[in-house]
Design a protein around this ligand. Structure first.
Ligand SMILES: *Cc1c(COP(=O)(O)O)cnc(C)c1O
Length: 398
């Protein structure tokens, strides 16, 4: 057997050979439109801080205040040493924002998914996922032990085929013998993280109701951006009150850090009792909760509206320069599909030479051979920033 180091180095060499090796780039500034990397200032189109709130004075002040009053750490899990007020204030604000009866927050969106899905169903259940859902949902579904079925991306016929297949188990269940019908959960995203397109939630809601399934929607890339006051894509389509579980992150447009689940009181009480990533993990720092609450309030304010307007303008400016390679959705994610991993890495490196920072997204974040530049715009970008990006992209046209 190879030694530990040899084994790892061999496997790293394979990654390098496939142009899939990743490395951290240290940044010596705050997250924002301009990043200091290795003594250079790069113009970034890589962040999910869509409203430009991560470095906003209101969020920073809220975090400072929470540190002064509640300290730096949380001490233990909220069920063990008591649940600090900033978490409750955040959850009340969040539930009011999403117009649900209740909300529960986690240290990350990843932890929210991994906590909720295995809590809600296990062996004997069936989980149906859109092919492009985020890794945290795939991991959560695997962890649950439920049967896993994947439908082609946004393909309603394929989804219905699977739901019909599920209902054969349901009719086989014998109520006389108190044999339980399998629980069926559909999970999709609202705005897809690496493609920027949206799910047909009205149609998916109609299908899950027709077949008696539950629906969980991950609004990570729509919360703060779409719908009334930034409530999300489900709100925009008028179906939020028909979705059992609304999930998202506090770390993208809301500018802070953490994950959330919104829904009925029963859902939240159930998760407090069963979500292992909530129960067996130290609560996040109170400053993160306070900053997230300030982010939600800001998203709903006149300033939030102005920031959404600015962001939409930047997206349409980039759209109008005539780069047919860019896919444009209703959010702020504009992927440029390149396919080949080596090419994506080379193009990202060429952009860095022009002091523009755009990540090359590769397997396993996306499928093999589906590498892309993932360009994201934020409300903090200026017209000039977008023009600079457009010029750089045009020099790359091959
Ligand atoms: C980023 C993301 C998550 C995870 O949220 P974190 O707070 O970053 O852990 C979940 N789902 C989707 C679609 C995401 O893009």
């Amino acid at each position: 057997m190879a030694s530990f180091e040899e084994d790892l180095n061999q496997r790293l060499a394979v990654l390098r050979g496939q142009h899939l090796f990743r490395e951290l780039r240290r940044i010596d500034s705050a997250q924002g439109v301009r990043l200091e990397i290795g003594g250079n200032t790069l113009l970034s189109f890589s962040s999910n801080d869509y409203l430009g709130l991560a470095d906003h004075p209101a969020l920073k002040a809220a975090a400072h205040e929470a540190v002064a009053r509640f300290g730096a750490g949380a001490g233990a899990s909220r069920l063990i040493c008591g649940s600090l007020a900033p978490f409750h204030q955040l959850e009340e604000t969040l539930a009011a924002f999403k117009q649900t009866a209740a909300a529960l927050t986690f240290s990350t969106g990843y932890a929210a998914a991994v906590g909720a899905i295995p809590a809600l169903l296990g062996r004997g259940g069936i989980i149906i996922l859109d092919r492009l859902v985020h890794a945290c949902i795939v991991d959560a579904a695997k962890l649950s032990g439920a049967k896993l079925r994947i439908f082609a991306h946004n393909d309603l016929d394929d989804l219905e085929k699977i739901l019909r297949w599920c209902s054969t188990f349901r009719s086989a269940a014998d109520p006389q013998k108190r044999e339980r019908q399998p629980r069926v959960l559909i999970v999709t995203e609202s705005v897809f993280s690496m493609d920027g397109d949206t799910a047909p939630l009205r149609e998916i809601v109609a299908l899950k109701e027709k077949y008696g399934a539950w629906l969980m929607v991950d609004e990570a890339h729509a919360t703060g951006l779409l719908g009334h006051a930034g409530r999300g894509w489900a709100d925009e389509l008028g179906v939020s009150d028909r979705i059992e579980i609304q999930m998202g992150t506090l770390g993208k447009a809301l500018g802070a850090s953490g994950g959330y689940l919104c829904g009925s009181r029963a859902l939240i009480d159930f998760l407090v009792n069963h979500a292992r990533s909530f129960i067996f993990s130290t609560a996040p720092v109170p400053a993160a909760a306070a900053a997230a609450k300030a982010g939600i309030e800001l998203a709903q304010s006149a300033e939030g509206e102005a920031r959404r307007t600015a962001l939409r303008q930047r997206v349409s400016e980039l759209h109008s320069v005539g780069l047919p390679q860019l896919s444009i959705g209703p959010g702020a994610i504009l992927p440029w599909m390149l396919g080949d991993e080596a090419r994506a890495v080379a193009v990202a490196a060429k952009l860095r030479e022009q002091n523009i920072y755009v990540p090359a997204i590769r397997y396993p974040t996306v499928a093999r051979g589906a590498a892309r530049l993932r360009i994201t715009l934020t409300a903090a970008h200026t017209v000039d920033d977008v023009q600079q990006l457009a010029r750089a992209l045009k020099t790359l046209e091959l």
